[in-house]
Design a protein around this ligand. Structure first.
Ligand code: AMP
Length: 291
């Protein structure tokens, strides 16, 4: 496996692959890899000749009060995990390679970014779409892989790709969870044992909400309320948002129907965790992946 740290090195690597007629899959990450990241790699491995993973903790997607500087980083460990998953090359640039002196250009998707995580993290998605645009231009992948864990992010990137005509196919991959249901996240490392127990309430609340909808409840407010009660019963939790939204537009629903996104963001201690679940309410029957 190659470690590439400059844009020029990526260009050389990619040009060679292209000359040999190879397809390229890109897996963008911020590193500190876990099984969620590796499931994106597995999918990319199945669908492409060459798999490139980017590892870059992107400063422009963090707010001034957020955890950019303490975000967990361990490139050596990541290299071992990526090599074990048959990644062909890692692109891990220093910040100055991506944002040199005088950097001034940003990409912004409107609408979809103004709700859910976008409402509580101003500027976050502008940073995400900017860095992902840069990665698409640098790597020029045929396909790029994103987790459903960050459902809104995947929707925003699909919209950006459509609106700006990026010649790349966006593939989304289901959420990978720990055995007890906690969605895998690099930020889980921050949790104390008590907080780790409290964090289990996120997935419980999603399943509770889905179960209530399955039993016939169609008022979003009632579903949100039940989920809220489940979360606030746990120590050290503070709700950022609980949303029952249209899965395509991300707009909040009053009456539950169609493809529905249950999504939440909860502070557990000083760590902000997110999770979500998609339900299909059709002919008055609710379907979702029960695990
Ligand atoms: P991150 O390094 O947290 O920015 O995540 C990089 C990519 O991995 C994003 O597309 C995430 O949605 C995806 N991802 C993170 N956690 C998970 C998970 N538990 N299951 C599936 N995909 C994930």
């Amino acid at each position: 496996m190659k470690l590439l740290e400059t844009i020029e090195a990526v260009h050389n690597y990619v040009n060679t692959a292209r000359r040999l007629g190879r397809s390229i899959g890109l897996v963008p990450t911020m590193g500190y890899l876990h099984a969620g990241h590796l499931s994106l790699v597995r999918k990319a491995r199945e669908q492409n000749d060459v798999v490139i993973m980017s590892i870059f903790v992107n400063p422009t997607q963090f707010g001034p009060e957020e955890d950019f500087s303490r975000y967990p980083r361990d490139l050596e460990r990541d290299q071992e995990l990526a090599a074990g998953a048959e990644v062909d090359a890692i692109f891990a640039p220093p910040v100055a390679e991506m944002y040199p002196e005088g950097y001034a250009t940003y990409v912004q998707v409107e609408g979809l970014t103004e709700v859910l995580c976008g409402a509580s993290r101003p500027g976050h998605f502008r940073g995400v779409t900017t860095v992902v645009s840069k990665l698409f231009n640098i790597v020029q992948p045929d396909r790029a892989y994103f987790g459903q864990k960050d459902y809104q992010q995947a929707q925003v990137i699909k919209r950006m790709v459509r609106d700006l005509n990026f010649p790349v196919e966006i593939i989304t991959v289901p959420i990978v969870r720990e055995a007890d249901g906690l969605a895998m996240s690099s930020r889980n490392k921050y949790l104390t044992p008590e907080q780790r127990r409290s964090a289990l309430a996120l997935y419980r609340a999603l399943n509770l909400g889905a179960g209530i909808i399955k039993s016939g409840e169609r008022r979003a407010a009632a579903v949100r309320k039940a989920m809220e009660t489940e979360i606030t019963a746990q120590p050290q939790t503070r709700i950022d948002y609980i949303a029952v939204s249209d899965a395509d537009t991300l707009q909040p629903l009053e009456e539950i129907a169609g493809r529905v996104l249950l999504a939440l963001a909860v502070w557990v201690g000083n760590t902000r965790l997110i999770d979500n679940l998609i339900l299909e309410v059709k002919d008055d029957v609710a379907h979702y992946d029960e695990k």
